[in-house]
Design a protein around this ligand. Structure first.
Ligand code: DGY
Length: 313
């Protein structure tokens, strides 16, 4: 029977919908990379996550592969150009995760502004000694301040919607202008004016290390950077330097240059930084929807129909 490989278990029973193919799920004790390499030769479809690097080497091992279905919106882990050149279609799961990801990013923004994690740690470490006093743990407002959204795709728009609800002044920078209720500005103006710089663009060769020391220097000293897209859009060493030199006020990060982030990383030692482990789309509801879309993409493509979402570059 023709084979489909699935690298990680995911919510729901959608895999049961796959008929006429043998579905092989990676045993948990097997290294994902090696398992894929050892099994891909005669696979017709693979259902992967952003943890699986699908490069030339792995694609060259596949003799019958028709579709790479990634359980993610991001596809920087896949050499899409090479896959397409080999006639392999690539599908992803956008849209269903935009609102959850925007909730998370907005939550991070509020958390860093209002020092939620710091306050929580203070109590847990039994350091809340003085009670309430007028200058105790002052944070920064979110409402009424300026949010600068970099990248106005689906997630950018979902953040914009939330920002309007908070009566924020909204500006954005993107490769193209969009018909949205926010002022389009160039990147320098965005960095200069924003109290919160929120990164929502895709990661690719053009956005690699988009935020570097020069750009941090252009931000307000009182401003925060929020990142929920991919870690590599920020030069992390430059960010650490900018934070150490008090060039910016703080950072809230859900993604990192190297994941999983280890506690030795200097970012984890800073009170004005919040780090979360790539949780943007991590809700039961959204991960279930992503599973539905990822499996549907796979089934549709293999049966000669259009997937729900396909990456075309
Ligand atoms: C994606 O789907 O690319 C996200 O990063 C997962 O949260």
């Amino acid at each position: 029977m023709k084979k489909i490989l699935v690298t990680y278990k995911f919510p729901g029973n959608y895999l049961n919908e796959i008929k006429n193919y043998e579905v092989k799920i990676r045993p948990e004790n097997e290294n994902p990379e090696k398992w894929l390499l050892n099994n891909i030769k005669d696979a017709y479809g693979i259902l992967i996550t952003l943890m699986d690097k699908i490069d030339r080497e792995i694609i060259d091992h596949a003799e019958n592969l028709k579709v790479i279905s990634t359980y993610s919106v991001g596809y920087d882990h896949i050499d899409v150009k090479y896959a397409l050149s080999k006639g392999i279609r690539v599908t992803n799961t956008p849209e269903v995760l935009s609102d959850s990801t925007a909730d998370m990013i907005f939550g991070l923004m509020i958390a860093i502004a209002r020092r939620l994690v710091e306050g929580d740690k203070l109590i847990r470490n039994n350091k809340w000694e003085a009670g309430w006093y007028p200058e105790f743990m002052l944070g920064t407002d979110v409402h009424g301040l300026t949010i600068g959204i970099v990248g106005m795709g689906r997630i950018g728009r979902a953040i914009l919607k939330r920002a309007h609800g908070f009566d924020m002044r909204c500006i954005y920078y993107s490769r193209h202008k969009h018909d949205v209720d926010a002022q389009y500005v160039d990147i320098d103006e965005l960095l200069k004016k924003s109290d919160y710089v929120v990164l929502c663009m895709d990661y690719n060769s053009e956005t690699h290390h988009f935020m570097d020391y020069d750009k941090f220097l252009k931000m307000k000293k009182s401003a925060f950077i929020i990142n929920g897209t991919r870690g590599k859009v920020i030069n992390e060493n430059d960010l650490i330097k900018a934070l150490n030199n008090k060039i910016i006020n703080g950072a809230a990060l859900d993604v990192f240059e190297n994941e999983p982030l280890k506690s030795e990383n200097p970012l984890t030692k800073m009170d004005n930084v919040i780090v979360t482990p790539h949780l943007g789309s991590a809700t039961k509801e959204t991960r279930d929807k992503m599973a539905y879309v990822a499996v549907k993409n796979l089934i549709n493509t293999l049966s000669g129909n259009e997937p729900l979402y396909e990456i075309k570059i």
